[in-house]
Design a protein around this ligand. Structure first.
Ligand code: ADP
Length: 265
């Protein structure tokens, strides 16, 4: 009953019998499943997008309370408002993650390449994480290759990837640890590295870190806050930018993530 000219999604599976050369080939029409998936992603994209406006409103009002000199807050009130702002910040990260995942899954994130200064971008991301970095007294090291002024890529997507890696490095590194951010030329590509001296990822769990909503056991125990969406987003974004991502990690010692990108998209 397929309508003429209508595109359908099909899953092809091949099963091989262990002791003979026989194979079973199955074709399953998954058009309906794809349609439901898309509808879900569209709903999440719409819902989270709508949540942004009230979150911005809450942040503005809370910030105004802190700076309003005509009616200064008591110490206690100030503390409450600061806590409120922290929660708003967490809510914002959640909404961003949900929105980005749904956009990536809908395929509506198309890269818009332009010249991007890597040093400026990395500095801006570090600046954005300043609160957590100074709270935990982390040392920051910059390992920027002066030979590369800029590359041609999508600045917003690349920023999204680096923000996730740097905020993970800061999140999963104990007080007074070190976070290193750097980039270097590798042939026709550039490699961007974010490494830390943090808790690391247990070896048995390493092959799952890029899965959606996966969190390693040590991280989940020590840092209850987290969605397990960040690295999934990074992986998808790096894909869209025609790059690749790898990491090495030793539990209790630290982790290094490396993104490799073409210097021109
Ligand atoms: P989240 O940080 O919200 O848990 P992510 O997708 O960003 O989600 O990361 C998935 C998991 O990978 C984390 O829960 C943690 O177990 C592990 N991980 C990521 N980055 C680091 C890091 N720098 N050091 C140690 N573990 C990390």
């Amino acid at each position: 009953e397929t309508e003429a000219g209508m595109l359908r999604w099909v899953r092809l599976s091949v099963f091989t019998h262990a002791h003979s050369r026989q194979r079973l080939v199955a074709l399953v029409d998954i058009t309906e499943q794809k349609r439901v998936d898309t509808a879900k992603s569209e709903f999440v994209a719409l819902a989270t997008h709508q949540l942004r406006t009230p979150i911005t409103g809450m942040r503005w009002s809370a910030e105004l309370m802190l700076v309003d000199e005509t009616e200064p807050l008591s110490d206690k009130q100030r503390q409450y408002v600061e806590r409120l702002l922290e929660s708003i910040g967490r809510l914002n990260t959640l909404v961003d993650d949900f929105l980005n995942v749904s956009r990536l899954e809908l395929g509506t994130l198309t890269p818009e390449p332009e010249p991007v200064g890597l040093a400026e971008l990395c500095d801006a991301v570090l600046e954005e994480q300043r609160a957590r970095i100074s709270e935990k007294q982390l040392s920051i090291e910059r390992d920027y290759d002066p030979e590369i002024a800029s590359i041609t890529t999508d600045p917003d997507l690349l920023r999204m990837a680096i923000v996730n890696l740097v905020s993970n490095a800061a999140k999963y590194t104990p007080e007074r640890g070190t976070v290193t951010v750097g980039f270097a030329r590798v042939g026709r590509d550039v490699s961007l590295t974010v490494s830390d001296t943090g808790m690391g990822i247990p070896i048995a769990e390493q092959d799952r870190v890029f899965e959606k909503i996966f969190r390693a056991s040590n991280a989940a125990q020590e840092v209850p806050d987290g969605t397990g969406l960040g690295l999934y987003i990074v992986k998808e974004v790096v894909d869209v930018l025609h790059g690749s991502i790898t990491f090495s990690s030793t539990e209790g010692h630290g982790t290094t993530f490396t993104i490799r990108l073409p210097r021109s998209l």
